[in-house]
Ligand binder design. Structure first.
Ligand SMILES: C[S@@+](CC[C@H](N)C(=O)[O-])C[C@H]1O[C@@H](n2cnc3c(N)ncnc32)[C@H](O)[C@@H]1O
Length: 220
């Protein structure tokens, strides 16, 4: 499933990630990211944190402000290179970025306190891959937090508005999946399905509301 990212036009992906954190251009996404961050602040601090899919490094740099160490794992070399350059220019000591697939990290068991998969990234993957992510992140950390999108009609409509701001184009809603011509393909998941997948992996989950269309799963 990670190949979807590798097939995207890299410049479009970079610009979209840049816009996502810019409240002037993508206020819905920006507020969602702020709500995710505020939630993380209530859940943990001074921990060793693994970021699954670090992109340009935005959430890694924010998490580093209130944690011991943050390691960002990223599969796309161009994104990794930008985040590494930002680390140098911003002189942040407690963040590291590495070119690692987050379903095959080769990290030692329980090396981290917490792992984080933000921005609803889990919704890009099929169920088999979701279970691989859950299993690998819980092998290397004590707790996994991942956000996901809810499948009801209002949630889907709000989410399409977020993508319009973020991708500068209309997206298509088909059943519970939202897609666009640039390679976006993000399905929604019910809490019940998340619970089933987590339970099949042998773990428990608690849910927290992030905004009207996003939920956070805490898996342990
Ligand atoms: C929505 S972005 C989130 C970026 C970042 N966490 C942030 O807050 O800006 C998801 C990232 O996950 C990366 N990714 C997807 N599959 C991956 C995998 N199997 N291993 C490592 N990174 C992956 C993508 O390349 C992308 O940069």
């Amino acid at each position: 499933m990670r190949l979807e990212y590798e097939k995207m036009d890299i410049n479009v992906l970079i610009q979209t990630l840049e816009r996502a954190n810019d409240c002037n251009h993508a206020p819905i996404r920006c507020e969602m990211l702020l709500a995710e961050l505020n939630f993380f602040k209530t859940e943990f601090n001074n921990k060793n944190v693994l970021v699954a899919g670090s992109g340009l490094g935005d959430d890694s740099f924010k998490l580093a402000k209130f944690n011991k160490i943050v390691l960002g794992l990223e599969i796309v070399p161009q994104l990794l290179s930008i985040s590494k350059n930002l680390k140098i220019s911003q002189e942040v000591d407690n963040v590291l970025f590495t070119n690692t697939d987050f379903v095959e990290t080769k990290l030692p068991d329980k090396d981290f306190d917490v792992s984080v998969l933000n921005m609803g990234t889990m919704c890009n993957f099929n169920d088999t891959y979701k279970m691989r992510v859950i299993s690998e992140m819980l092998r290397v950390s004590d707790i996994l937090y991942f956000s996901f999108y809810l499948p009801d009609e209002n949630s889907l409509r709000s989410r399409a508005s977020m993508y319009r701001e973020e991708w500068l184009q209309e997206s298509k809603i088909e059943d519970v999946t939202i897609s666009n011509h640039s390679g976006l393909r993000s399905a929604s998941i019910s809490k019940q399905r998340v619970e089933e997948l987590v339970s099949m992996c042998g773990y428990k989950v608690d849910f927290y509301s992030i905004n009207s269309f996003t939920c956070m799963a805490k898996v342990y």
